[in-house]
Unconditional design. Structure first.
Length: 255
């Protein structure tokens, strides 16, 4: 962690930690949870300016926000982050495991390092962050953990064997965590976005995008805000009796 800003963090306020919260879906989630009354602590991997801009937007809207640099694939870094930043300085009420990457390629050509990197970021990072957050939440006997899965983890996708494996793993992981943590009143759910307008999908050729839309009953791509709304519901008191579930946000793409 080479860049940390906690100037606007109040140790007494209920806080949502959003990994990969500096852009795309993570940014939308951070901003939505802030509007819903959460103090936000977000992590980013490489672009401090983006994280600072998100925090500034939240603070200007009357909320509280801080940020820290974190490589979610680095187990030691995650554990240090929770020990030094979260444990005694943040009232952690919600964890959103959003950080993720893709390294697409056909199975027979996929490099082992590309498979492992995607699994390390998407799945192992979710495991380690959840493990650390659960230690705090179970002690407080309260909290919600929300993991970002994907429609790809439910139905697979050519050229994304690594990403599909990681996201399918998150679904099984979520259900297992829900059963383990329920006795301590900690919920664990997943949100599985479908075809969402993000930086990841912006590079897809227009013709291919139209083909994808034809496979979506609502005939349109979703927005980051659509996903953020689902996360906000699972983080709210309205979802306090919901755990171990996967909420698909995909326009009916996979029912």
């Amino acid at each position: 962690m080479s860049a940390v800003s906690l100037d606007h963090i109040d140790a007494t306020k209920k806080t949502a930690l959003v990994t990969g919260g500096s852009r795309g879906i993570g940014k939308a989630i951070a901003q939505r949870l802030a509007r819903d009354g959460f103090q936000i602590l977000l992590t980013y991997r490489s672009k401090a300016t983006e994280a600072e801009e998100v925090c500034t937007s939240i603070i200007n809207a009357g909320g509280n926000c801080g940020f820290a640099q974190l490589d979610i694939a680095d187990t030691d870094a995650i554990r240090t982050f929770f020990k030094d930043i979260v444990k005694d300085r943040v009232n952690l009420n919600c964890l959103v495991n959003n950080a993720g990457i893709t390294k697409d390629g056909l199975l027979i050509r996929m490099k082992e390092e590309d498979f492992c990197r995607v699994v390390d970021v998407c799945l192992k990072g979710t495991f380690v962050a959840t493990q650390e957050a659960a230690k705090l939440m179970t002690k407080n006997r309260a909290g919600s953990i929300i993991n970002l899965a994907s429609v790809v983890g439910l139905m697979g996708n050519a050229g994304q064997a690594n990403y599909a494996a990681a996201k399918a793993g998150i679904i099984g992981f979520t259900k297992s965590c829900a059963k383990e943590l329920a006795a301590r009143q900690v919920t664990c759910n997943a949100v599985a976005p479908g075809f969402i307008e993000t930086d990841m999908t912006s590079a897809i050729p227009a013709e291919l995008k139209e083909q994808y839309k034809e496979a979506i009953p609502l005939r349109r791509m979703g927005s980051a805000e659509d996903v953020a709304g689902a996360v906000a519901f699972l983080a709210s008191d309205d979802a306090r009796y919901i755990t171990g579930q996967v909420l698909s946000v995909n326009g009916g793409m996979y029912c």
